[in-house]
Design a protein around this ligand. Structure first.
Ligand SMILES: *Cc1c(COP(=O)(O)O)cnc(C)c1O
Length: 457
């Protein structure tokens, strides 16, 4: 339960469960999305009772919030090819699936413990708005979100700033995303202030987010199979490795799947799975691509996979934490480390590929011509890489491609690929006409602290 509020383990590493609870697929096959979510929440957090878990899941995963009763519906595109729709939540991107649950869980834990929490964060786009929609209307929580003024897409800006809620506070910073992050870091560095004003973070490394993402892999597996031994391959567009890692966790829980990790030209992960060398990029070397949510210099959840590899190997089990620390020390000194000896074991589960912006444009065009649907650039990365593997006859069983955002959010790329824009989903047409609420500030930690004191009671 504590891990809901904390991203990091006490030793500074990432929290990991002691063991993986095993799925009973026969039983889960009979259940709907909220019921599967209930089982998985309870499996990882046994201090949350099954009836509390059920209440949380059914309150969170509703047709009202996610557009359909299936929450993450699976669409058949072709014989053996499926699209897993993860982007029907309030911000039209897959991060809603995890953050909506995290918001409910946080409220639950805070209520139990009689505490309040003020969430402070910086965003350049999707995560910030998904976090705001997740705490919208929740008691015991405020959220203060810094974003770079004039540097977000119009859709993302409108989505965030049109929120007019007593517990949501948008600060538009005169500066870049890096400036916003530096300010947040400086505020968190003031331990006394952090303690006094009950500051916390919502980040991609929170374990509850991973657990919430396991649910849709299980759900999708059950949709595309008829018995519990069939093998399924998921192609996942990957940035910080949260989504692909959740698929891996599902596998460790007994789901018979393999995972294709698909990156854009910021191919830290593809390079790792090809060579066994994990090499982080300098900020200035990160390319701006048409799939911005995957433009990363390093993959923050990747440490978890390595931890698990070492924990599984009986020879290195005892040395695992020390080994991981050694690797991270080396990474800090040299910007990379190599573990090529893990590749054989990883190849049992993972494959990887990379798609360029040109691949993305072509794939959006091909998929539209062939199936009459418009996919977003992130999804196109996974589509291109997944279909390439399939064409080589390299995949057994169904291929499921994870759709992580709606095309309507990426007007320019879609217009370039198709010559017209994707239709705006129902309910979002008038977003441009609504008033926007935010406070303009300079990138100054003291100014942010003053606002926190003033806004968050
Ligand atoms: C965050 C995001 C991704 C990447 O997910 P990770 O968990 O960081 O690998 C892919 N697509 C979209 C649309 C995203 O917002």
């Amino acid at each position: 339960m504590e891990t809901v509020l904390e991203g990091l383990a006490p030793d500074g590493g990432l929290f990991m469960p002691e063991s993986y609870p095993q799925l009973n697929l026969g039983r889960l096959r009979l259940l709907g999305y909220p019921q599967i979510a209930t089982c998985i929440i309870h499996a990882f957090a046994d201090d949350i009772s099954i009836s509390d878990a059920r209440a949380l899941a059914t309150r969170t995963y509703t047709a009202q919030v996610f557009g359909t009763k299936q929450i993450t519906p699976v669409q058949k595109l072709d014989e053996g090819i499926y699209l897993l729709h993860l982007s029907n939540g309030p911000t039209l991107a897959f991060k809603d699936v995890a953050l909506q649950l995290l918001g409910s869980l946080m409220q639950y834990v805070l209520e139990k413990q009689g505490r309040t929490l003020n969430i402070l964060g910086a965003t350049s786009g999707d995560t910030g708005s998904a976090a705001e929609y997740a705490v919208r209307g929740k008691s015991g929580m405020n959220i203060v979100m810094l974003s770079p003024y004039g540097r977000m897409s119009a859709f993302q800006r409108r989505q965030m700033l049109t929120l007019n809620e007593p517990n949501i506070h948008n600060l538009s910073v005169n500066g870049t995303f890096d400036d916003c992050q530096a300010v947040v870091k400086a505020v968190f560095a003031d331990a006394e202030f952090k303690e006094q004003h009950k500051l916390g973070a919502v980040n991609s490394i929170n374990w509850a987010r991973i657990a919430a993402q396991v649910v849709y892999y299980v759900y999708a597996y059950l949709q595309v199979t008829t018995d519990n031994t069939q093998h399924v391959t998921f192609a996942v567009p990957s940035g910080n490795f949260g989504d692909a890692f959740a698929a891996y966790v599902a596998k460790r829980m007994g789901l018979p799947i393999s995972i294709i990790v698909a990156t854009n030209e910021n191919d830290v992960l593809h390079e790792f799975f090809q060579t066994g060398t994990y090499r982080v990029r300098k900020g200035s070397d990160v390319k701006i691509t048409s799939s911005p949510s995957m433009d990363i210099a390093s993959a923050s959840n990747f440490e978890r996979l390595l931890y698990d590899c070492f924990a599984q190997d009986p020879v290195s089990r005892d040395r695992a934490p020390a080994t991981i620390q050694d690797l991270w020390d080396e990474l800090g000194r040299t910007g990379k480390f190599g573990v090529p000896y893990l590749l054989d074991e990883l190849a049992v589960t993972f494959r990887s590929g990379m798609a360029t912006d040109l691949d993305v444009l072509r794939t959006i065009g091909t998929i539209h011509r062939k199936y009459g649907i418009i996919i977003d650039p992130h999804t196109a990365v996974a589509m291109k890489v997944g279909l390439d593997f399939r064409e080589c006859g390299d995949i057994k069983g169904p291929l499921v491609i994870a759709e992580t955002a709606l095309a309507a959010k990426f007007g320019d790329t879609i217009r370039e690929a198709l010559g017209f824009e994707a239709p705006v989903p129902i309910g979002y047409e008038s977003l441009g006409e609504l008033p926007e609420y935010s406070t303009r500030i300079d990138p100054d930690p003291e100014a942010v602290k003053r606002l926190i004191v003033e806004l968050c009671v």
